[in-house]
Design a protein around this ligand. Structure first.
Ligand code: FAD
Length: 491
């Protein structure tokens, strides 16, 4: 067998997390091979965050225009999907072409290989007929794919995942959505606002089941107001497609039909494809467990959705910063050992990047490696109203045996909510650890729920005493003044 080619780092999967790690390390002067089998950039720019938020921006513009009546005269709205599809095709995804992203990576000094990477022992990765040995480490940023449930009949049908929903050029007349989580609700509201008859079918007893129950209620009411039919507590048992329409049958004999079926029931890492057995890691796990420096095992790091720490772009970026610092630290030590004079040129480059890392806001400083801390992990569902949340829900906090206090205030009861009138649905809910006197979780639902969330994230992240939060000044009349009201009724 041919000897592997020696490089510093191999990154398998150039999605959000992998591209950041590979690009920054290459920029720092390390020899980095980046392997991607599909599109450099991954799910977020081509089928996830960016195009879905473009769709939401357009759908929200329609909704705002429909709110003109009663506030500012009259407005006639005629939705047209064509400009949305065009913007996604031309501005967001370059017709699902990653030429620019590949050039961005190679421009930073990385070496790009298109193909599927697979481990073949510690530090060794094979991709097609190329074989690499990494001096400092291998990073897996291989993400997830849609988890499609084993429902009778479903596998043979032309159902959609998020990919087909994002790529759609002409909207169907009706859409069944299996799954009432964040992605399901965001896309349902978009399509409904463009005139599609949408039916959401969810197995749990409420939509957005991971968030506070009050958030589920507001989100469900908002979608229903947009004409979305929502059926919760329905376990899908069978799917049929007669060439034109889907029929979805649920337990108890319920039946729904639609021209298209969108399956958004979660996502799954495919660890069995990565050769993990060759490095002694169990590939039958759901995700790749990592320590607080994102190490799976010595010389192997993971970043992003594959770690199961939160399927968000901001988690992938946060973890990437840690991996970069850790690998630069390892490279610096190894090079210093090999070159005691400390004049190896790459060390300067690497340290430059490490300094840049700390300057760009990472909690680490040059030469020290920050540790992952997910206590204040924010998440936003970009429905209208937006559902933002951080830390623990009330139920999660109680399940941990924490002495919980809860505060709640409705946006409509705030001056800004009252002024806003139509579209002012929402609330602030804060969850405090009464013994510690700090917030450990919060939810912010409203027209700018995701933006208002930022203050609450700082409060949870910094463990700011509740007494201090109560005695700060909140600008009048903002939506975020509802935080002060919620803190005022903590009990
Ligand atoms: C519809 C939708 C909307 C979303 N909206 C948001 C949002 O608003 N905000 C947010 O924070 N997050 C959002 N997300 C989630 C976000 O897209 C993911 O968290 C993010 O893409 C994760 O990045 P990643 O680097 O872990 O993996 P990915 O982006 O999934 O990239 C992994 C890459 O690895 C490649 N790969 C896999 N195996 C191999 C292999 N063996 N060899 C070579 N390459 C391989 C894949 O082809 C892929 O390109 C959304 C997701 C979806 C589906």
């Amino acid at each position: 067998m041919a000897e592997p080619e020696q490089v510093d780092v191999v990154v398998v999967g150039l999605g959000v997390g992998g591209e950041e790690v590979a690009g920054r390390l290459a920029e720092a002067g390390l020899s980095v091979v980046g392997i991607e089998r599909n599109l450099v950039g991954g799910e977020c720019p081509y089928w996830g965050c960016i195009p879905s938020k473009m769709m939401i921006r357009a759908a929200n513009a329609l909704a705002e225009a429909r709110r003109v009546d009663g506030l500012a005269g009259t407005a006639q709205v005629r939705p047209d999907w064509a400009p949305v599809a065009k913007r996604i095709r031309e501005e967001a995804t370059d017709t699902w072409n990653d030429r620019v992203a590949v050039e961005r990576f190679t421009g930073r000094g990385g070496r790009f290989v298109r193909g599927s990477g697979r481990l073949e022992g510690p530090g060794r990765v094979r991709v097609g007929d190329q074989f690499f040995q990494a001096r400092y480490g291998v990073v897996l940023g291989t993400g997830t794919r849609p988890a499609v449930p084993p429902i009778d009949g479903l596998a043979g049908t032309p159902y959609w995942t998020n990919r087909e929903a994002i790529e759609v050029e002409e909207l169907p007349e009706s859409l069944l959505v299996l799954g009432g989580g964040a992605i399901g609700l965001e896309l349902s509201q978009v399509f409904a606002r463009f005139g599609v008859r949408v039916t959401v079918v969810e197995a749990m007893d409420r939509v957005l089941a991971v968030e506070e129950p009050e958030a589920s209620e507001v989100a469900a009411a908002a979608l229903r107001a947009d004409g979305v039919e929502i059926h919760t507590g329905v376990r899908a048992e069978r799917v049929d497609h007669d060439g034109e329409r889907f029929t979805l049958r649920g337990a108890g004999g319920v039946e729904f039909t639609g021209e298209r079926l969108l399956v958004v029931t979660g996502r799954r890492a495919h660890l069995d494809e990565l050769g993990l057995d060759t490095v002694g890691v169990d590939a039958s796990q759901r995700y790749l467990p990592v320590d607080d420096r994102m190490q799976v095992t010595d010389g192997l790091w993971a970043v992003g959705d594959v770690t199961g720490e939160g399927a968000f772009t901001h988690v992938a970026m946060y973890q990437a910063a840690i991996v970069i610092a850790d690998l630069l630290d390892r490279a610096r030590h190894a090079r210093a050992g090999a070159d005691p004079s400390g004049t190896a040129s790459v060390v300067g480059g690497a340290m430059g990047a490490a300094s840049a890392l700390s300057a760009s806001g990472s909690s680490g400083s040059a030469g020290t490696v920050p540790r992952a801390d997910y206590r204040a992990l924010p998440r936003v569902t970009f429905t209208d109203p937006e559902v933002g949340a951080v830390g623990l829900t009330e139920e999660q906090a109680r399940a941990r045996g924490i002495n919980v206090q809860v505060g709640f205030s409705k946006l409509a009861d705030s001056t800004r909510g009252w002024i806003h009138r139509v579209g002012d649905e929402g609330f602030i809910k804060v969850v405090a650890d009464a013994d510690q006197g700090v917030l450990i979780g919060a939810t912010s639902v409203g027209p700018a729920g995701g933006e208002v969330l930022s203050g609450l994230v700082v409060a949870v992240h910094g463990a700011v005493p509740v007494s201090q939060l109560r005695h700060m000044i909140y600008a009048y009349p903002t939506f975020h003044r509802a935080i002060e009201a919620a803190l005022g009724n903590l009990h």
